[in-house]
Design a protein around this ligand. Structure first.
Ligand SMILES: *Cc1c(COP(=O)(O)O)cnc(C)c1O
Length: 505
């Protein structure tokens, strides 16, 4: 048995050491008191598969478990701790109102296999959430099933392929701009398409000439992000949509960061056929360690018949769930996710939309863009900007301001941790050298942004003053110091071994 007390941190403010829960094992301790199993024939409900020996789980009392996980949580950094300017991730504050509603017993306590007659309200809620997402995007169809953004991309491409196959058209290629999120080429590849890259122009946008040169009768779709991952609006999007449709292909748009344009621009008006929305980004449902994602996909009219199952349908006096292809007049894909998608995220997203209203949602986009441009305006003379002009919801810097300082983008990010900020996105997008991509989101106040700006300016000054050591040794103030990432790269498979089973002792 490990010396449990040696792992406790007493009254120290922040836990710096925490033994793993197996090392805190006190055999015999338990948070629950279960009656001893009664031997005998009446106790054979597991069909002879019952076991009575120890299974090697650690023994801990309830307070030990609670304190262990609370201490671990205090070593972490989350959106509830402070600014989290991780570009392309939209780490915005998740309103507690959403959480409260998602936990209402009539919503949080539902079972996915309950009879349809008992979940009419839940189906109505899914239908309402779907309705408002269609209104905001100006698209006629939607599937609520996908569990995340990348899953939505795969589902969207499968829908596109189904529509192409229905017209006897087996196209093989998907075009993806250089600056695309890594999930775009990965999803196209996972769907069996050959991925071809389209170059960016000097303004950080898609090179329309290069795009048109690659468009032909073998291209199934283009996957474009707007605003793109340089934080820039693709001004030529209508011309791109026309060219794509002219070649008989579909226009997939990555809508993960729809918060940049929500309430201001309807993707349906831009000629987009298919777009996933990250409820866990734009619509403020928790993500990262905070919860599962949800990636509904909106669809243009030609794709609607191929949307996957299940679908909520309003029928006369109530709501039905179309679960079998035979029950649908269309040609649905089948299932892409267990049950009905991430229902709890739909509750939160609908609560978010309804609490903000159409004026509030417009303001989301305005404030997201304003906050990013505030960072741009205040930091552009300190850091270095690869592309001229204003940005959308995120702002991209390159590492030329660190030239000859010996400090890299990675070092700079590690030093930000010591200053109490989560670092920005690093080395992405790949189109600029040593990228630093910052997305403040609309939920941050001017005071917070000012503090962040002061910190970044202070660090830049320190780097240029020749104090590279400060950066190389960062972070100093965290429970764990910098990982030896080169060692991890040499030895990528970390094998976790359970402690020897107590049964063997
Ligand atoms: C986050 C993101 C994705 C992927 O979404 P997941 O829910 O993490 O799978 C795709 N594209 C862009 C632009 C993103 O920001």
């Amino acid at each position: 048995m490990a010396d449990v007390d040696a792992t406790l941190t007493g009254n120290r403010g922040l836990a710096l050491e925490e033994a793993v829960i197996f090392e805190q094992d006190s055999p015999g301790l338990s948070g629950v008191d279960l009656p001893a199993p009664e031997p005998g024939p009446g106790n054979d409900r597991l069909g002879g598969l019952g076991r009575s020996g120890a299974i090697g789980l650690p023994g801990l009392s309830e307070p030990q478990v609670v304190r262990h996980y609370l201490r671990l949580s205090r070593m972490n950094y989350g959106i509830d701790s402070g600014l989290y300017p991780l570009g392309s991730c939209t780490m915005k504050y998740n309103p507690r109102l959403n959480e409260r509603l998602a936990r209402l017993p009539g919503l949080g306590g539902l079972h996915p296999l309950q009879p349809i007659s008992t979940v009419q309200g839940a189906l109505e809620l899914m239908d309402a959430c779907a309705h408002w997402l269609k209104v905001l995007t100006g698209m006629p169809g939607i599937t609520m099933a996908p569990a995340a953004g990348a899953h939505g991309e795969v589902v969207g491409l499968m829908t596109i392929r189904a529509a192409l196959e229905a017209r006897g058209d087996a196209r093989k290629r998907v075009l993806v701009p250089e600056s695309a999120h890594g999930t775009n080429p990965a999803s196209a590849h996972a769907c069996g398409y050959a991925v071809e890259t389209i170059a960016a122009n000097v303004r950080g946008r898609v090179d329309v000439g290069a795009l048109k040169a690659k468009l032909d009768a073998d291209v199934a779709a283009i996957m474009l992000t707007n605003p793109n991952t340089c934080g820039l609006f693709e001004n030529d999007i209508i011309e791109i949509a026309d060219a794509v449709h002219g070649a008989g292909a579909f226009f997939y748009c990555d809508g993960a960061n729809f918060n940049a344009i929500v309430g201001r621009v309807r993707p349906g008006d831009l000629g987009i056929d298919c777009m996933h929305l990250n409820l866990h980004k734009t619509f403020s449902t928790p993500h990262g360690g905070g919860g599962p994602g949800s990636g509904p996909v909106v669809l243009s009219a030609p794709l609607v018949p191929y949307a996957p199952l299940p679908m909520v349908e309003r029928r006369g006096d109530g709501f039905a769930l179309v679960e079998h292809a035979g029950d649908s007049s269309a040609h649905p894909l089948g299932r892409v996710k267990g049950f009905h998608g991430q229902f709890g995220m739909m509750v939160r997203a609908l609560a978010y939309m309804m609490s903000l209203g159409s004026d509030g949602l417009k303001q989301v986009a305005e404030d997201a863009v304003l906050n990013a441009n505030y960072l741009l305006a205040r930091l552009k003379d300190t850091l270095s900007v690869p592309f001229e002009g204003p940005c959308m919801h995120e702002v991209l810097f390159d590492d030329s301001f660190l030239k000859d300082t010996g400090v890299t983008t990675l070092d700079f990010a590690k030093a930000m941790i010591d200053e109490g900020f989560h670092p920005m996105t690093m080395y992405f997008p790949l189109v600029v050298h040593g990228a630093l991509l910052m997305e403040p989101t609309e939920t941050e106040s001017k005071a917070t942004l000012d503090q962040f700006i002061r910190t970044v300016k202070g660090l830049a000054k320190r780097a240029r003053a020749g104090d590279a050591r400060h950066f190389k040794e960062a972070p100093r103030l965290t429970p764990r110091r910098r990982l030896d990432e080169t060692a991890a790269a040499r030895n990528p498979v970390l094998v976790w071994r359970p402690p020897p089973s107590r049964a063997a002792e």
